[in-house]
Design a protein around this ligand. Sequence first.
Ligand code: NAD
Ligand code: UDP
Length: 313
Amino acid sequence: MNRILVTGGAGFIGSHLCEKLLKDGNEVICLDNFFTGRKENIAHLVGNPSFEVVRHDVIEPALLEVDQIYNLACPASPVHYQFNPVKTIKTNIMGTLNMLGLAKRVRARILQASTSEVYGDPKEHPQTESYWGNANPIGTRACYDEGKRCAEALMFAYHRQNGVDIRVVRIFNTYGPRMLENDGRVVSNFIVQALRGQDLTVYGEGSQTRSFCYVDDLVDGLVRMMNNENLVGPVNLGNPGEFTVLELANMVKKLTGSSSKIVYNPLPPDDPVQRRPDITLAKESLGWKPYVGLEDGLLRSIEYFSSRISASV
Ligand code: NAD
Ligand code: UDP
């Protein structure tokens, strides 16, 4: 049994991770400032004697005693991370510094949730971990992309200079239950729009591609990486199935049986044209691969959003 800190633990991925770590018999401290996280996401865990919640902002130091740290605190949707870009940069840089300082003091292993966004608008396809990326350092996505790139640099600097035991994963688009209805990311937008009979908002022509990983698969990869003795990373975690945004819209329409129309809105600046992970490293080193296909994962997510939407009517 370990005592494990999950920053961003009340968020979408963080809450699933807390649940899994508790199931595996660990003590879990969930630390969150509740910017995009919700108490509802972890309400079913409160009352478990091995679970503790701390309202805290990672841009301030935290004094705790733990064996492992999963550093997930950071809004992930462009809508939310662009709401206060300076705060997003502070969260990625000061937050990661604080968590690295904690890891160094208590000799904990720390895993950083990095992102496929470090590859920017990639010129190599699919993306392998050795690709350095094509990110715009001054664009509207930079607070997130460059924030995460700097967080990776900090992780490796603390590792080389101070011997901190690090793990870095680059997460590709992940979806599933507990995303916010107003999260702004494509899967939740399309499902919520389809269920409400609203138009599905495709940005651009919908020819850009993404690879969508179901949250349970992703959480399995995070835990495998944390507990792997040989690899610091970075390691790509994502589902290599690649779909255009328009294909996704049509799939959501079919699976919900919705008669919503598809409408075309302007493409946001610096929106990557294509994205697909090469997961050879994760397969070979962690024995990890995703199992949940897109239709199956969408059906599970549709069930979740329908129950929330009908409960709020
Ligand atoms: P989310 O927005 O649901 O969760 C982020 C959590 O961090 C929220 O609970 C939020 O309240 C908390 N948080 C934000 N700023 C904080 C701060 N300063 N101090 C303390 N808590 C703070 O997003 P998610 O999809 O669950 O993403 C979790 C992590 O995974 C993020 O670091 C994100 O960058 C990374 N990631 C996610 C995806 C994805 O597709 N979901 C892809 C790549 C990387
Ligand atoms: N997108 C879209 N309609 C929406 C929301 C997003 O067409 O309502 C597009 C967006 O422009 C991008 C893709 O879907 O090309 C994935 O967007 P998301 O915000 O989910 O993730 P990211 O761009 O960070 O990969």
